[in-house]
Design a binder for this molecule. Sequence first.
Ligand SMILES: [Cu+2]
Length: 737
Amino acid sequence: MSVWRDNLSHTNIHCGRLLYLPMKSSSTRTKPLLQTIIQYLDTLLLSKRLIITGVTALTSSGYTTAASTELMEELLVKATYDSRTIDVSEALIISPDTAKLLTRAPGANVNGNGPLTGIPQYRGMYGSRIATSMDGRQLAPAGPNWMDPPLSYAAAGQLESLELYRGIVPVSVAQESIGGAVAVHTFRGDYGDSEQFQLSGKIVASAQSVNQGSHLNAAMYGSNENHRIKIGAMNESGDDADFPGGELTPSEYERQRYDFGYGFRSGSHSLQLDYSYNDTGDTGTAALPMDIDYITGKLLSLDYNFAPQSDFSVEASIYGSDLRHGMTNYHLRKAPTPSRWRQNIADSDNIGFKLSTTFKDDDGSWTTGIDGFSEQHNSDIDNPNNAMFYVVNFNEAEREVFGVFIERQQDWSSLSGNFGLRYNHVAMDAGEVDGSPAMMMPPAQMLRDNFNNADRSQTDDNVDVTAKLDYSISNNTSLYAGIAQKNRSPSYQERYLWMPLQATAGLADGYTYTGNITLKPEVSRQLETGLDFNNGTFTLAPRIFYSRVDDYIQGTPSKVIPAIRLVRMMNTANGTNNPDPLQFNNVDAELYGFDMDWRWEMADRLTLSGIVNYVRGKRRDISDDLYRIAPPNTSVRLDYSANNGSAGVETVFYADQNDVSETNGEEKTGDYALLNISATWQATSNLHLAAGVDNVFDEKYEQHLGGYNRAANPDISKGSRLPGTGSNLFVRAEWSF
Ligand SMILES: [Cu+2]
């Protein structure tokens, strides 16, 4: 069975129903907003994507059976053999960080550098190795240290679901997906079934104790059979969070978000326009050298879908974003001496498109398409106390990916396959750089001149190939195997960081890095296999995987003499003790492991479920482990669902992590276990209440993926690991009308 997933219509995402409902034609009125878009996006057309997912019997009878009880439990994770869809509309989201929800899916974790900056990790890969798409669109963060990772632009209040592809990602899903893909689906309201306009809305308010945080989200939807409009606004903030023994400083946050959406459908055509404005204010990132002053983002997209017949459809989308970011090392944390104040102003301009078509036949479907994404970055460092000091960190650093792909979904009687081929052309370049250090210190001058004299324009031609096979051996059980080759071209930081700085897309290892213009793309050859079992009461989906990565990009001890000399000179001048710099270089690596989720419907209203994750990441060229790899971990949940409420208890266990990267000076972490409880109550048909306690026993623990403290704090010494937050009582009310 194939399930068609269409971003324009939200209902089918969850229900797995077939999509294209007959649409009635009607006259359309021109919207002034269309003009705004056209102004904003001066490039050509792009497309909405259409994913065809081969889905096993699990879709209809799998984890979603929880929904058949009177009240859905708070968090639904829907399983297919190749994805996990986390139903955010039902999720009890208290954390402002959407990325945290990913830990509900097998294989996934989060690198945390601050309360809003979760960077997805999947099977040991993270950062730009994981493709993140929001309703099919890409985004490149403004922050050279990923203070605004792509997923941070997916504000929880407006989301419908978070879809994590399991293992090998089909080529139609993302341009570069060497390590996995996360697809965010926003709720845009439903079309009505008559000419009559109907209004509905939802207000969600929550509060939590660990940081006196609060969240308020309001959304209004109006629709008839041809039009739908959405207006949403969100405000959230929190103070520094508590841990047993002190406070995490700075870990405060503040963010507003506004969303507007308009959809029109007529006959076999549909059009969707979305605009979002993100405004993040003072937000701590104690694991990084600076804190967020502001992040403003304007995101705009136009999607078009044409489905003249049930077996043929076209999707086109064009989108862009304009992201601005400021950060400092003095406004939220204890400031250094005035001569060492630093402010970094950065921006990112993104534009992209996608055009794809799908043809269905008796045995499956063909999907072909082209897509393009272009990002451009600037980053300038200054000192407000010293007008002479400046560093042009990145100057119009550009990265463009143009891709073409073809994918075949083939369904035989008990066997189904997904085969894909993608070619990406990557073009990168960067403008000349400068900085006052280059006028005063010969090593900095040499680095600048070498960079400016180099041929910085680079191109890569990458071919991705995937094959995934799913074989049903009985009604209950299917076997899965996949093989793929995936590429990732270097990021702009990895190629164009000219002066030793910690602008590393959030690695947060405390090392300064320089880039390497001539880096080669990473090539991963991946194998995975597993099974999906579901007999109605018990579900189990284990996978083992192996990924052999040639030219894996990793910081290695720098051989760039002026970079080493510069770091040492700065140490002498500032009385600091920074280690010698690293340089991004191609090495060889491998990642392997095991993960699974399972679920047991123990009794009518009682469900036990859990996740088990294990991953190892190693260098192949030398004896070392890869940096910041999630320790083995498991969680077990017991959920009770009643007629008008539910209750759940969860334990989360993380083993110690002793397999650490010597190259990155990584420290080991110990094991820990946490207990979380929560309950929900449908008070009236319109009012839904929830409450819970995370980390009930106020356990003190260190998250291996959480980073080290970089800010002065009486309770945590600099350079030691940041503790996880203490016990947290939260409440939430959701009112729909
Ligand atoms: Cu930043």
